[in-house]
Each structure stands twice: as structure tokens, then as C-alpha cells.
Design a protein around this ligand. Sequence first.
Ligand SMILES: [Zn+2]
Length: 83
Amino acid sequence: MTLALNQSQTNGDSSIRCSFCGKSREDVRTILTSSESAICDECVDIAMDTLGRQPGNFFIRIGYFIFRCMASLGHVLRAGKGK
Ligand SMILES: [Zn+2]
């Protein structure tokens, strides 16, 4: 499975929606897509929060941290465009 990180303002394909909450790409900061589904940063937040509370999920926490860094970076880049 291949995942792609799509920042919400790149080449507006608004047909991409989060498979969990249904928000479109414009409604969220970051959306991760695969060939079959998509998940937004807000739903990743909820999922990671839930998983992270369980013992022994250290690597999930690390993955979550990396994701948040990427999302933040995207936010900074987007803000830097001055649009
Ligand atoms: Zn979502």
C-alpha cells in the first residue's frame, strides 16, 4: 500500500475526502491518501490519541510525532506562500 501526503492547497482536487469524517481536502490541513481511502490530520489525531493510550505503542507515538511534524511543516509552507 502506498500512502501519499497531500497538503490541502496543492492542485485543488476537492474530490478527495476523509474516509472517516468526510471532510474535504479544503476543510483540513493535511490529508493522507491511499488508492482506496483517505484520512485527515484530525482523524489521525483522534486515532493516534486512542492508540497511544494503550501500553506498548511506543512506535505509534513516534509515527504520530513524525506525522505532526510533517503536518506542521506543510502548514508553515502554506502560510509562507502569502496567499
Ligand atoms: Zn477526517
